[in-house]
Design a binder for this molecule. Structure first.
Ligand SMILES: [Zn+2]
Length: 183
């Protein structure tokens, strides 16, 4: 009869100790996790990391992304002369190269002066005018030829019949088909 309270007390004590240990251990484990992940608002060995350097990790990622973009832009727009870090915004060889004023063959290593700009501009206009006049000449040459050869152009209705016959009637038929379309 005496053993019963003793066993009961012992069991209760064991249960209390077990629960206490579990609670303490759970708390310790939880605390360990909190400290190491920096989620506990309490100074610890990792507090400084997560509130200082660690909190900047995302910013470092952003800065890295921006730096990469800037690097790509620099690579795209810097002078194509090897080892030159100036901005190359002067196209050379028909846009094949972008060069800085120092390395562009037109500027002879100096910044383009007003007279150089004017001279190059005049040269460019002259070149364009020459090209245009050449183009007009070729165009006139091409348009004059069929007019001289196909003198029977107005006689299109008559030329429609021998279409399958000779090849010389071809410009005539082309003119002949164009006339009804316009009319
Ligand atoms: Zn350069």
């Amino acid at each position: 009869m005496k053993w019963r309270p003793t066993i009961t007390v012992g069991l209760i004590c064991a249960a209390v100790v077990g629960i206490a240990l579990w609670v303490i251990h759970a708390r310790l484990i939880g605390h360990w996790l909190e400290v190491h992940t920096g989620t506990v608002n309490e100074p610890g060995p990792y507090y400084g990391f997560w509130s200082g350097f660690g909190s900047d990790l995302t910013e470092f990622a952003i800065i890295g992304t921006i730096a990469t973009g800037v690097y790509q832009l620099v690579k795209k727009y810097n002078c194509h002369h090897p080892g030159c870090w100036r901005v190359g915004n002067h196209p050379a060889a028909g846009g094949q190269f972008s060069l800085c004023y120092r390395h562009h063959p037109d500027y002879q290593g100096r910044k383009p002066t007003q007279e150089l700009i004017e001279r190059l501009h005049r040269e460019h206009l002259k070149r364009q005018a020459a090209m245009l006049s050449k183009l007009h000449e070729v165009h006139r040459h091409l348009t004059d030829k069929p007019a001289a050869a196909g003198g029977s152009g107005p006689g299109a209705p008559a030329a429609q019949a021998p279409r399958s016959g000779n090849t010389q009637a071809d410009p005539g038929t082309l003119d002949g088909t164009a006339i009804p379309r316009d009319a």
